[in-house]
Design a protein around this ligand. Structure first.
Ligand SMILES: NC(=O)c1ccc[n+]([C@@H]2O[C@H](COP(=O)([O-])OP(=O)(O)OC[C@H]3O[C@@H](n4cnc5c(N)ncnc54)[C@H](OP(=O)(O)O)[C@@H]3O)[C@@H](O)[C@H]2O)c1
Length: 287
């Protein structure tokens, strides 16, 4: 039976691993929230090694994009020093390290979908610390980085739940219409991660290691995504369009986050659900 340690287990992705545990009967999961394993602390290394995991799935991250602009120290400590501790632990325990990255690391103008090999021009503190974290993780041979975007889950602080909450008291909203990307449902991201693990178990060897983009299929603006959320909820909402500049958030946002998933699909012979189908499943699960 393979042993998988999930760090950051109380975030939206970590909680989804917990929720889907019974889908993977051949796995002995250990779930560690920040209280059990704080990846930013040096003692986390020994704690991870002691569990002798075959795989470490790191769902822990500093994810408060705007707060990071004034809290650089914490963002660095978690996303960079934390990544270093994970690499040290994985190397000592001979574990495969699976880590999640962000569409924010690209932040380039491009006509087509972003490929893993495209230039990286991260703009804000969060984006820069995530990119440095990627580079640290990539120094370890047995690593997988899944670069994802616009993550949503039944539970947690995400765009879907923010829209639903706002819909309780509001009848009109302005939503940004000049940022393009694809939402990612955590259940599909967990399934993709487990597909990778199955492949690595069947075919041990280093040819699968590396970085892969992963989101749901499709391309939308936040405005389009909000429209679909209220349509599916059957909520009458007057939606206006606004711009990134008018929204004026503290941290810079990429206008173009549409990632190519061809590398993941070809390598693992996997299909990816469309974001609309994923949204429908998420809202159904909340009922
Ligand atoms: N959310 C998105 O839209 C998005 C987009 C692209 C990429 N990603 C990436 O996807 C991954 C999962 O994100 P998510 O949406 O699940 O994030 P999340 O809901 O914010 O969860 C992150 C978890 O990490 C925990 N954590 C923070 N510092 C820690 C530490 N030092 N040690 C252990 N745990 C710590 C947090 O605990 P506390 O609650 O105690 O802080 C939280 O439970 C991250 O790598 C993120 O960068 C997310």
């Amino acid at each position: 039976m393979k042993r998988i340690l999930v760090t950051g287990a109380n975030g939206q992705l970590g909680k989804t691993f917990r929720a889907m545990e019974s889908t993977y009967p051949g796995v002995k999961f250990t779930f560690a929230g920040r209280d059990e394993i704080d990846i930013a602390q040096p003692d986390s290394v020994q704690m991870m090694i002691a569990l002798k995991p075959d795989f470490i799935i790191n769902c822990a991250a500093y994810t408060q994009v705007d707060k990071a602009e004034t809290d650089k120290k914490s963002a660095k400590l978690i996303n960079e020093t934390g990544a270093r501790h994970l690499v040290e632990a994985a190397a000592s325990a001979d574990s495969v390290l699976i880590h999640y990255s962000s569409d924010y690391v690209y932040h380039i103008k491009k006509k087509g979908p972003l490929k893993e090999s495209d230039p990286k021009k991260p703009q804000g503190i969060y984006a820069k610390t995530k990119w440095r974290g990627d580079k640290i993780v990539a120094t370890y041979k047995k690593h997988i980085i899944l670069r994802t975007s616009w993550v949503f889950a039944e539970e947690g602080a995400n765009f879907v739940n923010t829209m639903i909450k706002l819909g309780e008291n509001r009848d009109s909203l302005n939503i940004v219409d000049d940022q393009w990307g694809a939402p990612t449902f955590t259940r599909d991201l967990v399934a993709a991660t487990m597909t990778i693990i199955d492949t690595l178990m069947l075919h041990p060897g280093k040819r699968y290691y590396g970085t892969y983009n992963y989101s749901n299929e499709g391309l939308v603006s936040w405005y389009d995504f909000a429209t679909a959320i209220f349509d599916l909820k059957g909520k009458k909402m007057h939606l206006g369009k606004t711009s990134t500049a008018a929204y004026n958030a503290p941290a810079p946002r990429p206008h173009w986050s549409h990632m190519s998933k061809n590398k993941f699909k070809k390598t693992f012979k996997a299909e990816i659900p469309h974001w609309y189908d994923a949204l429908r499943r998420c809202l159904k699960a909340q009922e």
